[in-house]
Design a protein around this ligand. Structure first.
Ligand code: ATP
Ligand code: MG
Length: 236
């Protein structure tokens, strides 16, 4: 397993947001965790990145325990996140935002060829390189956040509700891109999403998170057929 999470508990003061969650990803998989507002999706990703503390449980990544490792060391070991609402740096230019993604890397990457590859995936970024990121539209900022995460060629990409606030056509485009990155580039991806329809469509396996606990799991196509899940998450 590339990532293995065992009995994860996350609390904010007295409030337990995640209660005993266990899941894992093999290298090369695209897996999603679907759940409603407040289910604990962002908390789980933040705990994986090391920006939120773990109350109890264990996180293994690439054969090493990282439960208490500082965030910068996790990033260095190849874990990257596309955060909720993109969180680009508004005053930096598009180009500078991209370079932030490569900052502090230990492994040598060929930055120029990596950038060229990214411009192929996101042509709009190349056209906007010199302008402040704040001037980009919401959909463009999402693309920038994905490109910023990809520049380091991560071993595991965490994606937090990338569909939020995007019009359906753009959602399809982003999900299609994630699917291709997984299938064609072999990128291992963990998606967390409210958009069950779109995420189940591209995932191999999925988990359903309800108020801090995983209540269903299995192959994505099976879950998409499950009447309990159809009723709550697919609207029929
Ligand atoms: N910093 C915090 N302090 C206190 N409570 C928090 C904090 N962050 C999250 N919570 C609470 O933890 C629970 C899980 O929140 P989380 O943001 O992980 O959910 P989510 O599944 O990402 O929701 P959404 O789909 O709205 O982004 C919520 O009840 C939330 O109010
Ligand atoms: Mg969230």
């Amino acid at each position: 397993m590339l990532l293995e999470v065992e009995d994860l508990h996350i609390a904010y003061g007295d409030i337990e947001a995640v209660s005993g969650v266990s899941f894992g990803l093999e290298q090369g998989e695209l897996v999603s965790i679907i759940g409603a507002n407040g289910a604990g999706k962002t908390s789980i990703l933040n705990a994986l990145m090391g920006v939120v503390g773990v109350k109890k449980g264990r996180i293994m990544f690439a054969g090493k325990e990282i439960t208490r490792l500082p965030a910068f060391r996790r990033a260095r070991s190849g874990m990257r996140i596309v955060p909720e609402r993109a969180r680009i740096f508004p005053r930096l230019t598009v180009h500078e935002n991209l370079l932030v993604g490569a900052y502090g890397l230990r492994k040598k990457i060929d930055l120029d060829s990596r950038l060229k590859w990214l411009y192929g995936l996101f042509p709009i970024l190349e056209k906007r390189l010199g302008q402040p990121a704040s001037t980009m539209s919401g959909g463009e900022q999402q693309q920038l956040a994905i490109a910023r995460a990809l520049i380091s060629s991560p071993g595991l990409l965490l994606v937090d509700e990338v569909s939020m606030g995007l019009m359906p056509k753009l959602v399809d485009g982003v999900f299609d891109l994630l699917y291709r990155l997984n299938r064609e580039e072999g990128l291992t991806i963990l998606l967390v999403e409210q958009n069950a329809v779109a995420s189940l469509e591209i995932s191999g396996r999925a988990y359903v998170l309800e108020t801090g606990s995983l209540v269903h799991q299995g192959p994505a196509d099976k879950l998409a057929q499950d009447p309990r899940i159809r009723e709550v998450y697919l609207g029929h």
